[in-house]
Design a protein around this ligand. Sequence first.
Ligand code: SAH
Length: 336
Amino acid sequence: MNFYDMTVDGLRKFLTEQNENPAKAEILFDGIYRRGFKSFDEFGFSGRVVEKLSVFTLDEPEVIEKLDSKDAAKLLLKFSDGNFCETVLMRQRFGNCVCVSTQVGCNMGCKFCKSGMLKKRRNLTAGEIVGQVLALSREFSCRISGVSVMGIGEPFDNFSAVADFCSIITEDKGLSVSRRRVTVSTCGIVPKIREFAVLSPTVSLAISLHAPNDELRSRLMPINKTYPIGEVLDAAEYYSEKTGKRVTLEYILLSGVNDSEAQAKELSELIRGRDFYVNLIPYNETDTDFKKPAPNVVDNFCRVLKETGVIATKRKEFGAELKAACGQLMSDRNER
Ligand code: SAH
């Protein structure tokens, strides 16, 4: 069993079953995540306790490649079964934010996304997602103050591992990343959005919308045929009611596809009266046929939204020079 898969609650349960004091769970988190202990011998526990803890390994992914630029860095990691994943560090004004992957490959098949070109091979475990944060923090000697679950994979197609991951990294005695600064992005798996709304800890949610109507969204994102826009927005509203957190709608701008003034108005109409926040993302070009709009088209789209009362911002782009920006994370290493 990998220690990094364990939530504090899971550890408490394990300790109780072993007739040990469950309060050791917090001590274990503190030692491993904060003090950087490399083994259970370092805690000063009795031999009996250390023996019981020996069921846990401290498995971390191997760093295969390290790329760095001024505001972003990227690691290629290898897991013990030979699968790879990429993970990104963004140096933002408020601190360092990481973008983690949740699956090897992805089955959602969004037409514009390179990450999904490899079909899903397997889910990552919670510990493998935690391992990405640990590897970035260690390789670049930095504290991590934000996490975007926006790398390769659909988080809600790997629900329990992602839920555990959110609990582990926000744990006060551990890495204690602020809940506000953890954002899970989903293509819109409606029942899981609703399930996530009532789980603790509650973190921020983003929905990949990318189109103002079902006809276009179904062409870009096959998942829309199962969960159409209306249901997705209702679930998003439910999420914000339950958690008190405003949900972000992500909207990639694709030249000539979804970036016209009429489509901006349609989007505004669609979400009128609802408390959403729109984040516009100029497309990061990869080897698809889609193109990024000219900057004035992006500005114009944003202006129309704002004029019609929508809160909208443009996403600052990170890491394009490292092929580390949204939708550019690689799947081909796994293919080879
Ligand atoms: N599966 C999740 C999270 C992964 S993708 C989801 O769909 O939300 C993170 C974000 O990057 C999503 O909004 C996705 O649609 C977007 N994205 C994918 N390819 C992109 C590209 N080439 N340029 C910009 N954003 C892209």
